[in-house]
Ligand binder design. Structure first.
Ligand code: PMP
Length: 398
């Protein structure tokens, strides 16, 4: 019956987690693999604003009816305000179709299914490299996926001219998947001037920008990280935006995300919203109510909202301190090398420049786990392990 079914090789990053869990070197092992924020104590935080919100939601206990296919109104409003600004014109004009989704992954899936249905000739282009699941999700939705030049290992920057030249070769309605901030896996972002040029090409060539923002608040700040999204709207582009609250609310398992599609008119946005709901209906019907209620409660209460922003900036600042410390120790150990990229990169991830054999050596000899392409989750560092990690990295880099 199932003889023809081939085994699933497993997700390389999640597989690494299993290996880490099974590593007996409990006193020294360090997990810099998975994209999760850990506190200084190495714990997954429960944010204070979330604790308060959950207290309110639990008392009195609420019945758990189905949510609407597109989620709670307050949740959708929160997505729009974070992405497009509090009193944005597109919001006031009703030109944004927003739905609550099962995490950022769910938003990508619903968006990809919608595009496959309504733009059947579209191909999707992702940055080289990108988060692996981008490729799986768009291919899984039936789109052909290609890569545009992005990361430049020589400069630990962006191959900007090559990227622009490549985008100029694409066809009308091809999808360009972009990371508005905190690029995963490299930590290397476009500058505001570069965004301006890229979005001009997208407009000229009539491409579809699809912006995936999973780390809002971890780069510059809430508004600064949404710069590219708002610029796309300013330029009159019909942009797709998938957002995730997994990291910035530390609500990974609640599956909280959103998909917003900006349309040229309110009428078109309404039609798009209807089709997004239908897409949801035939995959999973409606989003989970607990996550919706937490996001709605935090985001629509001024005090909780401000507390939340403060908590995100604490996470951001701790990551920045770890970047600095790593850079300082490595520079001291190997003064002939330039490690300034660690503090130039933004967000949770850093492309360390380590080769696969060096990453394997780190794991085998020092029990330090990161992704084989050299991606490190900086949020796995803390004052207790950062020097050990830096010294071990210096060893394998010698
Ligand atoms: N996009 C990017 C770039 C991500 O890094 C992630 C999470 N690793 C997601 C989307 C998906 O987020 P979620 O866990 O909310 O599905």
């Amino acid at each position: 019956m199932f003889e023809h079914v081939t085994p699933y090789a497993g997700d390389p990053i999640l597989g690494l987690m299993d290996k880490f869990a099974g590593d007996p070197r409990g006193d020294i092992k360090v997990n810099l693999g998975v994209g999760v924020y850990y506190t200084e104590d190495g714990k997954l935080p429960v944010l204070e604003c979330v604790k308060t919100a959950e207290g309110r939601i639990a008392n009195p206990p609420r019945p758990r009816g189905y949510l609407p296919m597109d989620g709670l109104a307050g949740y959708k409003k929160a997505c729009q305000e974070l992405l497009f600004g509090k009193d944005s014109q597109v919001g006031k004009d009703g030109r944004v179709a927003t739905i609550a989704t099962l995490g950022g992954s769910g938003a990508l899936k619903v968006g990809a299914d919608f595009i496959h249905e309504w733009f059947p000739n579209a191909k999707c282009y992702v940055s080289d490299p990108t988060w692996g699941n981008h490729i799986s999700i768009f291919e899984g939705a039936g789109l052909e996926v290609g890569k545009y030049p992005y990361y430049d290992g020589a400069t630990i920057g962006v191959k900007f001219d090559e990227m622009c030249a490549f985008l100029n070769t694409l066809n009308e309605n091809d999808v360009v998947l972009l990371h508005p901030c905190c690029h995963n896996p490299t930590g290397v972002d476009l500058s505001n001037e570069q965004w301006d040029s890229v979005l001009d090409i997208i407009k000229d060539k009539k491409l579809i920008p699809f912006m995936d923002i999973a780390y809002q608040g971890f780069g510059d700040d809430m508004d600064g990280d949404a710069y590219a999204i708002r610029l796309a709207v300013e330029k009159g582009l019909s942009v797709f935006v998938s957002n995730s609250f997994s990291k910035n609310l530390s609500l990974y398992g609640e599956r909280v995300g959103g998909l917003s599609v900006v349309a040229p008119t309110k009428e078109e946005a309404d039609v798009v919203l209807g089709q997004l709901k239908f897409t949801v209906r035939r995959i999973y019907s409606s989003p989970p109510s607990h996550g919706n209620a937490v996001v709605d409660t935090v985001m629509n209460d001024d005090e909780l909202f401000n507390q939340w922003v403060g908590e995100v900036y604490e996470m951001r600042d701790r990551i920045r301190q770890m970047r600095q410390k790593l850079q300082d120790v490595l520079t001291e150990k190997l003064p002939e090398r330039d490690f300034s990229y660690f503090t130039k990169q933004r967000g949770m991830f850093s492309f360390t420049g380590l080769t696969a054999p060096q990453v394997i050596r780190l794991r085998d000899e020092f029990a330090i786990y990161m992704v084989e392409n050299g991606r490190m989750c900086v949020a796995g560092l803390n004052n207790a392990n950062v020097e050990y990690v830096a010294n071990s990295m210096a060893e394998v880099l010698k």
